[in-house]
Design a protein around this ligand. Structure first.
Ligand code: B12
Length: 372
């Protein structure tokens, strides 16, 4: 991911809490207003490359949730890193670059119409800034390349064959590679980090470039999930679970769970007694679950910016519990790899960039109770 827009951050205004809150509270109405303004334009077909209008509506919904998180967390670095990606991806799917300033303008008008003027003013400045930087974002989009983690040299060929297998629906080859590469629990981390993770990132880059369909990406995810379950049964027979209790989940509304599963499996292989909740755990249910167990470690994953607020809410609740009930909280996932400083902003104790480092972090906390 290109980072040459970081110096633009100081052009962006402070967002008062009240404005961020107003944006969040009017999210649904704002999206509807922008949808209707954009859909009624005579040039909507040109702007969206004649894609179904629902694709544009989907973008407006994701954009609103994304901006709500950016405003409330002041996460400008994520804004400047993500905009070129959005331009690039929608452009690859046929949208015209002119769509972007047009929809930023629609957001300005919706904000003017729906929010009290004092709340709207700083938010409108951000949208005006995005319009003013349009040409730079096009340049950023053209230069954009996703950071794809490279497998170690001696794994490269295996990873390449695995990717081909995923894309060709050749689950037999993928399963054979998995069986050969990770015949025991202590080989799992190498297999995850040198085969599955770079393979899934490569799949993501192809999807983003419009080279493969959503169906192929789903197929790859499904093969990987089946392989990881198969390995779980075969190599994780009875790891000793003496280190303490940990709960691992993807945040509310977070459907990326492969990396989360890796963290859960490696913690378990390392001797932690893990409750793994999987994807999209609602905050309320998560809190109920965590509060009724004595977890030493809570691990929360997110890939999408628009899920950060729900992690902040969950952590804020946990921090309001008595001192003796405080677990160690770690966060991770793609969005934190873009902006690791968010971990502290959300109130977590730590962050790790990958599943192996997550285990190192947990072990650092071992025998070191948070409240002592
Ligand atoms: C598969 C996939 C999906 C699948 C997920 C299926 C599943 N069962 O998990 C589905 C179809 C659901 C999906 C949906 C979407 N996706 Co998607 N997806 C991917 C893809 C291709 C692979 C994800 C993956 O498995 N990566 C491999 C794992 C191993 O890597 P990882 O998650 O980073 O995990 C590692 C570390 O981050 C860390 N880690 C992870 N969790 C944790 C937790 C803790 C506590 C710690 C310490 C560490 C840690 O350890 C892991 C192992 O080392 C990525 C591409 C990519 N670059 O990742 C896009 C990607 C993440 N998706 C993307 C998008 C846009 C979406 C959608 C918005 C698409 C849409 N329009 O609907 C939705 C959002 C859904 C939602 N609300 O969550 C974009 C995000 C772009 C951005 N800049 O924000 C990406 C990057 C694709 C791209 N190249 O453009 N997606």
């Amino acid at each position: 991911m290109q980072t040459d827009f970081m110096h633009y951050i100081n052009e962006l205004p402070e967002i008062p809490e009240q404005s961020a809150l107003a944006f969040k509270n009017h999210l649904g109405e704002l999206v509807e207003k922008v949808n209707s303004m954009m859909a009624s334009r005579a040039d909507v077909g040109i702007l969206t490359g004649n894609n179904p209008v629902l694709m544009m509506f989907d973008n407006h919904k994701n954009h609103a949730l994304f901006m709500s998180n950016v405003f409330s967390l002041g996460a400008w670095e994520l804004l400047v890193k993500t905009i070129p990606w959005v331009y690039r991806t929608y452009y690859n799917y046929g949208f015209d670059y002119a769509y972007f300033p047009a929809h930023f303008k629609a957001w300005c008008r919706a904000l003017e119409q729906l929010l009290p003027p004092d709340d709207a003013a700083p938010l409108i400045k951000v949208y005006e800034w995005m319009q003013a930087r349009h040409e730079d974002f096009i340049r950023g989009s053209e230069q954009y390349s996703q950071d794809v983690p490279e497998p170690a040299a001696d794994w490269r060929e295996t990873c390449e064959t695995f990717v081909q297998g995923l894309l060709a629906a050749d689950r037999t080859t993928c399963m054979e590679i998995a069986a050969k590469s990770a015949a025991s629990a202590n080989r799992l981390a190498d297999f995850y980090l040198n085969v599955i993770q770079p393979a899934m990132y490569a799949v993501g880059s192809k999807w983003e470039a419009g080279e493969i369909s959503v169906a192929k990406e789903h197929l790859a995810s499904a093969i990987v999930n089946r392989i990881m379950s198969m390995q779980y049964l075969e190599v994780m027979k009875q790891p000793a679970q003496s280190k303490g209790k940990a709960v691992v989940t993807a945040s509310a509304n977070e459907f990326h769970e492969i990396g989360t599963t890796m963290v859960a499996n490696l913690l378990e292989a390392d001797g932690w007694d893990v409750a793994y909740l999987g994807a999209n755990t609602p905050v309320k249910d998560f809190l109920e679950f965590v509060s009724s167990h004595d977890f030493y470690i809570v691990a929360i994953s997110a890939s999408m910016v628009f899920n950060l607020e729900s992690i902040r809410n969950a952590i804020e609740h946990i921090r309001s519990w008595s001192v003796t009930k405080q677990p160690w909280i770690m966060v991770g996932g793609l969005v934190f790899n873009y902006a690791p400083e968010l971990a502290e902003k959300l109130g977590a104790d730590g962050y790790a960039p990958d599943c192996r480092q997550a285990v190192v972090l947990a072990d650092k906390w071992l025998n070191n109770k948070r409240n002592t």
